[in-house]
Design a protein around this ligand. Structure first.
Ligand code: 5GP
Length: 176
């Protein structure tokens, strides 16, 4: 399935996203400044890949990189509701400081699932940042370092897909 390029509108430009990554990086650096252990930075694939990469460069703290992949969407714009783990962190996370880096919080189901799974590994702390937050008042998820609150659009680009395509758009867009 394809999107009609004439109907594609820009919601957030690359410049806006990079500025936000810089701002969040400063906040995160400040938050962890009295913690001497490294941050375990977790990228929730695939959608967070570009935001993860922009953000970590702006965090001045020792860190290690980790990647998890869970899926909650079967394709298109419809959520299947069910979350499956495709790949998980192999390292022992006990007493580690996890920073979970997400692309978007929509219903909050994925984040709730990820946080519950990480809690089982007894980390010292779990903090959450997300580039985009939809339906901000419905999901009840506390995002420690929030990016942009957006209206209930289905967005694509900058890592976010429509049927696995459009992840490479250098902006966040939506179809009118
Ligand atoms: P939630 O579980 O919070 O409803 O949704 C989280 C996941 O659903 C995101 O990580 C993302 O993969 C997908 N998702 C939610 N909203 C959108 C959207 O507007 N566009 C795209 N491309 N994916 C979305």
């Amino acid at each position: 399935m394809d999107i009609d390029p004439k109907k594609l509108k820009v919601l957030l430009t690359e410049e806006q996203i990079l500025a936000k990554a810089k701002e969040l990086g400063k906040q995160i650096t400040e938050y962890y400044k009295n913690i001497k252990e490294e941050i375990v930075a977790v990228c929730a694939l695939k959608g967070s890949v570009h935001f993860f990469s922009d953000l970590v460069k702006n965090i001045d703290h020792d860190m290690t990189y980790h990647f998890v992949r869970v899926s909650s969407y079967h394709g298109g714009t419809e959520s299947s509701g069910k979350i499956t783990v495709n790949s998980w962190v192999k390292e022992n996370l006990e007493n580690k400081h996890i920073l979970l880096i997400e692309d978007i919080v929509d219903t909050g189901n994925t984040i709730r699932f990820l946080i519950d799974e990480f809690k089982k590994q007894k980390p010292a702390s779990i903090k959450l940042t997300s580039l985009l937050i939809k339906n901000a008042h419905d999901h009840g998820i506390h995002v420690d370092f929030p990016g942009f609150e957006i209206d209930n659009y289905f967005v694509i680009g900058y890592g976010l897909d429509y049927d696995e395509k459009y992840r490479n758009l250098p902006f966040i867009g939506y179809v009118e």
